[in-house]
Design a protein around this ligand. Structure first.
Ligand code: SF4
Length: 165
């Protein structure tokens, strides 16, 4: 399996998606949103390289987890590695939630195989950049009002964006 460049991981979180979740922070982000809470993740050469097998072992060791969240940084900068990881996470009967600064429509429009393959391995996608002027602390699982929480499988099936709140 591929290696991933990461900014860090959290073994248990209840604020990065539904239920108890393992969280993986990708290193590298091209969006540079003003007011980003993780500017240390911008540099694609920063962070550290991690073996996907090691991450899977850590996830497997916690039977209480309901899912895994890939956050940023920008996970789609490493679409192939994260797609492989998402596939293995699904094999463990856990769901996969991903944060991206890209819009779902733009990801769908790409002809990059790795990006399309990654999308097909995601259950919930929180899309769009963080917009400081639209920041709202009351929002659940997202930072600004422009972002959407998308049911990816239903959206791909029905060929229209299905937003869940
Ligand atoms: S996409 Fe996310 S990690 Fe990247 S700059 Fe925007 S808020 Fe920060």
């Amino acid at each position: 399996m591929s290696k991933l460049r990461l900014a860090g991981t959290i073994g248990e979180s209840i604020v990065d998606g539904p239920g108890l979740r393992f969280v993986i922070f990708a290193q590298g982000c091209p969006h540079h949103c003003a007011g980003c809470q993780n500017p240390q993740t911008f540099d694609p050469n920063g962070g550290y390289e991690e073996d996907s097998e090691k991450i899977l072992k850590e996830i497997k060791s916690n039977p209480l987890l309901q899912g895994v969240t890939f956050s940023g940084g920008e996970p789609f900068m490493q679409a192939r590695g994260f797609a492989e990881l998402a596939e293995k996470i699904h094999d463990m009967n856990l769901n996969v939630m991903v944060y991206t600064g890209y819009l779902f429509e733009d990801l769908l429009a790409t002809d990059k195989r790795d990006v399309r393959n990654f999308l097909q391995n995601i259950d919930i996608l929180v899309d769009g950049p963080f917009v400081k002027e639209k920041k709202n602390l009351l929002l659940k699982f997202k930072g600004s009002e422009n972002q959407r929480i998308i049911d990816v499988k239903s959206s791909l099936e029905k060929n229209k964006i299905i937003v869940v709140e």
